[in-house]
Structures are given as structure tokens and as C-alpha cells.
Design a protein around this ligand. Structure first.
Ligand SMILES: [Zn+2]
Length: 349
């Protein structure tokens, strides 16, 4: 026979510690351990005592039964209350750790914009498109024929000098020095009349300084029709420059020589800084050199299969970087190509 258990003594210990263990649990894990200790199905101490009621004497059962059941109820309620309290504390501290202030303004979002050269090119071609010029493009690598011979630039012309032109090694090809070969390609492929613009990159073998780059952009205009005159050219360029620089922009023609036009002209715009009074930017002349233009040379028309007796035309070529420097007030062409974001961001269009 096993020793009879001292139920009263076991009950005393149990009832004295159970509720205390629950209230002392600081974490959900500690609370679960306390629950298993007292109410666990297999080894819980209170569960064990309740299961043993049937082994007790009637007197013990009457005394301890109601008390043990009351403790079980109290313990269950206490466990539930403590669990809620610990859970809400955990939630609070989690929220505090990841606090988000929804009233704060968002951090600045970097905004992209067009490069000043691209933006200038876009505006130039936009104005010419409104004047009726259709876009035409050609390759960057060209033949001598299209870049020089077809444009009335003879074999001994200084523009062909190695100083100016990048030739391809072992091939009779070169990097185009102007966008004019597109004229040749287009006139050979299409019949007159025609009115085109050819924007694009060109290459010159020259030292880079504040106003020169080995790679830059041009927009070329070409108009071939019956009886095209210098007056037509001047009217178009006047509208073009006013579109770029505003309604006060005035132009003048100075006679000049380019092999592919006759007559040829340098086109100046009245100084944008001093309005013609004379300042360092215009070398005190009141005018700024802007582009080259002229009536298409009969030799060029003839080369491209267009009869100069029937047709005439004008052509002009503008450097995009030159326009961009003036429009953005940038003193040095290299600033456009070093891609220093601090500079580019300061050049708001
Ligand atoms: Zn000036």
C-alpha cells in the first residue's frame, strides 16, 4: 500500500503559489510555463489534485473539492487577463519601435529632365518642323563622296586636312564633319521640291577648349524648290532665331565662303546681352556669329541629279551647343559634357 498523501499540505502550497506565478510572468513564454505547471493536462499540479479527488476520503473531498474548482476558475481568468495585458504591451512596444510620423513631408524625389543640349535640339527641330521642314537622318560614318566630293569640296580643300577630319583606319571612310552629307543622300533619293532638316552628331579633329569640342551637334536645313532666293532664306532664319531667342532677336547676313553654297553668308544675331550696344560677349560689335548659310551651289544640285536650271535652294547649318551656351548662359562648352549633376541641375530649362 502506498503512503497516503497529505492532500491538505499539497493544497496549501498550490493555492499559495498559483495566482502569484501568473502575476509574476513577464513574458508570454513565462505565462505559458506557469499555465502548464498548474493546469497542464498531463502533469499540471492543480489538474493532478482535481483528478485525485476520487481517491480522497469523503471528508477531504468535501473540503478540498469546491476550493480546488474555485481556484481553477480563478487561475483560468487570471491567465487570460495576464495574457491580454502582455500581448498589448508587446504590440505597444512594437509600434513604438517602428514609429512613423505621417505628418512629415516626404523626402525630395529626384526628378530627371532633358540634358541642355537635348532640350535645345528638341526646341530647334520643333521650330523648324512648324516651318515645314521634315526630319531626315544619316549615318555618323560616311564616305568621302557624301561628306566632301558631293558638296563641292575639292580634293585639295583644307577642310579635308587630317587636322580636321577623323578618318577610319584602313577604310575609305570617315566620321562626318557636318550633317551636310544627309543633303546629298536625301537629294539623290528624292525628287525636288523638298524641305528637310537633319539634326545629329558631328566630329572634328580639333583641340577641346571652352568653345570647341571634338564631338558636337548640328541642325541642317535644306529647301529646294523653284526660284528659292536669299530673301526666302533670310525670312526662314529670322523666324527660326526669333523662335529660339525671342521676338526681339534680329539677324544680319555677312558675305562669306562655303564650298557648297553660292552666295554664302555668315549669319549674326544682334547681341542678346547688350541688345547691340556693344559688350565683351559680342567683342563690342553688337552682333554674335550664329550660323552659316547660303543658296545651294549648282554643282551640288547637279551632283545629286537635280537640274540647277530648273531648281534652286538654300541650306543652313547651326551648331546646337553654341545655341545652348547662349540660352543657358554657360560660359564653357565642356560644362555641357562633363555630366556634373550639380551643373546640369542648375541649368533649368
Ligand atoms: Zn553685346
Amino acid at each position: 500500500m502506498p503512503e497516503p498523501r497529505d492532500w491538505d499540505s499539497e493544497w496549501l502550497t498550490l493555492s499559495a503559489t498559483a495566482l502569484d506565478a501568473v502575476s509574476r510572468a513577464e513574458t508570454l513564454e513565462a505565462l505559458e510555463a506557469a499555465r502548464v505547471d498548474f493546469l497542464g493536462r498531463e502533469r499540471g499540479r492543480l489538474t493532478g489534485l482535481l483528478r485525485s479527488l476520487k481517491d480522497m476520503s469523503i471528508e477531504e473531498r468535501r473540503r478540498l473539492g469546491p476550493q480546488a474548482n474555485a481556484l481553477k476558475d480563478a487561475l483560468e481568468k487570471s491567465l487570460e487577463a495576464r495574457r491580454r495585458s502582455l500581448e498589448s504591451a508587446a504590440l505597444e512596444s512594437g509600434l513604438a519601435a517602428s514609429r512613423v510620423d505621417l505628418s512629415l513631408p516626404p523626402p525630395p524625389w529626384p526628378r530627371g529632365r532633358r540634358h541642355p543640349v537635348a532640350e535645345t535640339l528638341r526646341e530647334m527641330t520643333g521650330i523648324l518642323a512648324r516651318l515645314g521642314f521634315a526630319p531626315a537622318e544619316g549615318p555618323l560614318v560616311e564616305s568621302d563622296r557624301n561628306n566632301f566630293a558631293g558638296l563641292n569640296i575639292p580634293a585639295d580643300h583644307p577642310a579635308r586636312d587630317l587636322q580636321d577630319t577623323f578618318y577610319l583606319k584602313d577604310l575609305p571612310l570617315l566620321l562626318r564633319t557636318h550633317t551636310s552629307p544627309v543633303q546629298v543622300r536625301y537629294m539623290e533619293a528624292h525628287k525636288a521640291p523638298l524641305r528637310i532638316m537633319s539634326p545629329g552628331r558631328v566630329f572634328r579633329h580639333e583641340a577641346v577648349d571652352a568653345s570647341h569640342s571634338a564631338v558636337f551637334h548640328q541642325v541642317e536645313g535644306l529647301y529646294v524648290d523653284r526660284k528659292v532666293s536669299m530673301a526666302d532664306l533670310k525670312g526662314t532664319l529670322s523666324t527660326f532665331m526669333r523662335g529660339l531667342f525671342g521676338p526681339q532677336a534680329a539677324i544680319r547676313f555677312r558675305p562669306s565662303f562655303f564650298p557648297f553654297v553660292e552666295p554664302g553668308a555668315e549669319v549674326d544675331v544682334r547681341c542678346l546681352l547688350c541688345a547691340g550696344k556693344g559688350c565683351p560677349a559680342c567683342k563690342r560689335t553688337g552682333w554674335m556669329e550664329m550660323l552659316g548659310a547660303g543658296l545651294v551651289h549648282p554643282n551640288v544640285l547637279r551632283f545629286c541629279g537635280i537640274d540647277p536650271g530648273q531648281w534652286s535652294g538654300y541650306a543652313f547649318g547651326v551648331g546646337v551647343e553654341r545655341i545652348a551656351l547662349l540660352r543657358y548662359g554657360v560660359p564653357d562648352i565642356r560644362m555641357l559634357y562633363e555630366n556634373d549633376l550639380r551643373v546640369l541641375e542648375s541649368l533649368a530649362p
